[in-house]
Design a binder for this molecule. Structure first.
Ligand code: GDP
Ligand code: MN
Length: 334
């Protein structure tokens, strides 16, 4: 079957200098995991697979972050899974809490309202802190500051193909800022005023908007947001993008508007909108070769070569890319 993206795709597997047998030296990358103590066992399972599929070839360090202290048991049972260095950090209150301008009574009312409408995580306060942290702070946590590249990992996810090269080196060599495996539509109930806020930002700071940006991925006319976003439970990217003046201005603008608390803005649409306004298409990469599952969706490469070579062991007919709700076909139609 002819693939819709073949013509516009830089294939990391075609670059012999990236193969770990030819080059297994590390670049300045880190694996970042935001996780709770209670997720210890799901995390261990994910890490065993992640090590087997990829990281045992490179030994990239891990940074685990938590809004509470990690337990000694957590640290012991996590560090034993990997030969890599592991670091455990607590998130400071200014990165996980209410900014002074937020009206907490109004925030609580909006949670009750969204819960009564059965919006997923609509009633959760911690989920909102998590989304705000992932939108505006993870890249400037003190344990992350010294790194350039990151791979976001979550407890419970699965990797479905062997990865025989270094995605960090790949994005460095090709000037790629961000990579994804799954893209999809956001629930409109979680972001009623997000696009209006983004539009205000763009009017106020036109100098930050890239004239050759890939904004058509998120909006055909500019009038409305189509909901398309990269699923941020998987991200491989350049941390310096999030640390840039334009992104920090963007985040602060959204943060001031209060939608992380008065609505339920997710870090995935926030990241994706910024990427689509600030970057060109060539700076964003679809990692087709990385089979990945975060329930209930998975990306499984459909080309025979991945399965006949023994690299992947997922079911290519259970591939979210081409089904309803995925935005990946729109990405390649651009
Ligand atoms: P979903 O993927 O949108 O269903 O959300 P998850 O429950 O998977 O949360 C996203 C990520 O944030 C995961 O890595 C979780 O472990 C982490 N996370 C979510 N809430 C909290 C929290 O309150 N504290 C900590 N430390 N991590 C959290
Ligand atoms: Mn998750």
């Amino acid at each position: 079957r002819q693939l819709f993206f073949e013509t516009q795709y830089i294939d990391p597997l075609k670059d012999p200098s990236l193969n770990y047998r030819n080059n297994n030296t590390r670049v300045n990358g880190v694996i970042i995991v935001l996780v709770r103590n209670a997720e210890l066992h799901a995390l261990r399972e994910t890490m065993v697979h992640f090590e087997d599929r990829w990281n045992k070839k490179y030994h990239y360090p891990y940074v685990f972050l938590n809004d509470e202290d990690f337990t000694e048991e957590f640290k012991k049972l996590v560090s034993i899974i990997t030969d890599s260095e592991t670091f455990y950090g607590k998130i400071p209150k200014r990165m996980w809490g209410y900014p002074h301008w937020i009206n907490q009574t109004k925030a609580a009312e909006s949670r009750k309202d969204m819960e009564s409408k059965n919006v997923i995580y609509g009633g959760s306060e911690s989920y909102r802190h998590m989304c705000r942290f992932n939108s505006g702070f993870f890249f400037r946590h003190e344990l992350i500051e010294k790194y350039d590249f990151y791979w976001r990992l979550e407890p419970g996810v699965e990797f479905l193909c062997d990865i025989d090269y270094d995605p960090f080196r790949f994005i460095q060599n090709n000037n790629i800022t961000y990579g994804f495996t799954i893209s999809l539509l956001e629930l409109p109930e979680t972001i009623p005023t997000l696009w209006k806020t983004v539009t205000e930002f763009s009017k106020k700071y036109p100098q930050y908007i890239n004239k050759r940006s890939v904004s058509r991925f998120i909006s055909s006319s500019g009038a409305t947001y189509n909901g398309c976003h990269f699923w941020s439970n998987f991200e491989i990217g350049n941390l310096n993008f999030w640390r840039s003046e334009r992104y920090l201005k963007f985040f602060n603008y959204l943060d001031q508007a209060g939608g992380f608390f008065y609505e339920r803005w997710g870090d995935a649409p926030v990241h994706s909108i910024a990427l689509a306004l600030f970057l060109e298409k060539s700076q964003i990469h679809f990692f087709n070769d990385i089979g990945y599952k975060h329930s209930p969706f998975q990306h499984c490469p459909i080309e025979k070569k991945f399965h006949e070579s023994g690299k992947c062991y997922c079911d290519p007919t259970e591939n979210f890319d081409v089904t309803y709700g995925s935005c990946t076909k729109n990405w390649f139609a651009l």
